[in-house]
Ligand binder design. Structure first.
Ligand code: CO8
Length: 258
């Protein structure tokens, strides 16, 4: 397996696990870490043996944001010509379902990275926030858009304009996260959910994810139309034949995993 400097990568059954590993900087997201996470995630996405991807950090921090030390010396022209941090967007295009397993701080780019994933499983003491305003900047990896769609304008404005943090119980109530679990259970719970997802039909998972994401990105009529055509396309797959035959024959389905 490839050697990385800022992340740890392993395979657990059919789940690819990426652990952010810059403990001294509370997993601050620098360019090297972005490149390594995206490379590792894309390699998992291309691997038929992998049916779900989990991204996690440490007990203290999922990630405390973009690396402020790296960004602090840049000017407008460098940021825009380098298209700084735009590679993060590639995580949103993965076909394999992704889960953020969040303990501790998920601030700024850390919160945005969690929101780039399909599900967020968080510990009771996890802390979410978009504190960029305190640095004289604004969210830049989709936070103003995904947070607003996830929890609504009123709450998103509150967080983004004041820079206040949100604890996991509020994030759970508002629907920012998928499940809140005891702090010690974050990774086991995420791996269990990943295992469940990885046991389904991979093609159906990818189409289901595409359909839900369309709800996020388009109006209702277009979204329903997209869902309908994705639904019809599942009838071109062996997994649909197998899944429905298994139900009728009262047995477990034997899905293809790619
Ligand atoms: N970047 C760089 N280093 C960091 C970061 C960060 N975001 N966060 C923490 N660190 C470092 C600290 O500098 C410190 O290092 P050192 O010991 O060398 O000084 C170490 O991690 C430990 O941090 P603290 O001593 O501050 O730990 P505390 O427990 O006292 O505080 C906090 C923890 C509250 C998380 C605090 O570290 C903090 O407020 N961090 C910054 C949080 C923040 O503002 N995040 C947003 C960053 S901006 C952003 O994410 C923009 C994304 C969009 C970019 C898009 C570009 C296109």
């Amino acid at each position: 397996m490839t050697d990385y400097n800022t992340i740890l990568v392993e395979v657990r059954d059919r789940t690819g696990l990426i652990t952010l590993n810059r403990p001294k900087a509370l997993n601050a997201l620098n360019t090297e870490l972005m490149n390594e996470v995206v490379d590792a995630a894309e390699a998992f996405d291309a691997d038929p043996a992998i049916g779900a991807i989990v991204i996690t950090g440490s007990q203290r921090a999922f990630a405390a944001g973009a690396d402020i030390k790296e960004m602090s010396v840049k000017d407008f022209s460098e940021m825009s010509t380098e298209q700084f941090f735009s590679r993060w967007d590639r995580l949103a295009s993965l076909r394999t379902p992704t889960i953020a397993a969040v303990s501790g701080y998920a601030l700024g780019g850390g919160c945005e990275l969690a929101m780039l994933c399909d599900l967020i499983i968080a510990g009771e003491s996890a802390t979410f926030g978009q504190p960029e305003i305190n640095l004289g900047v604004i969210p830049g990896i989709g936070g103003s858009q995904r947070l607003t769609r996830a929890i609504g304008k009123a709450k998103a404005m509150d967080m983004i304009l004041t820079g206040r943090n949100m604890k996991a119980d509020e994030a759970d109530r508002l629907g920012l996260i998928s499940r809140m679990v005891a702090d010690d259970d974050v990774l086991p719970a995420a791996l269990e959910v990943a295992g469940t997802i990885a046991g389904k039909s991979a093609i159906a998972s990818a189409l289901a994810k595409e359909a839900v994401n369309r709800a996020f990105e388009s109006g209702l009529t277009e979204g329903v139309r997209t869902e309908r055509s994705l639904f019809y396309s599942t009838f071109a797959t062996q997994d649909q034949t197998e899944g429905m035959a298994a139900f009728v024959e009262k047995r477990d389905p034997d899905f293809q995993h790619r």
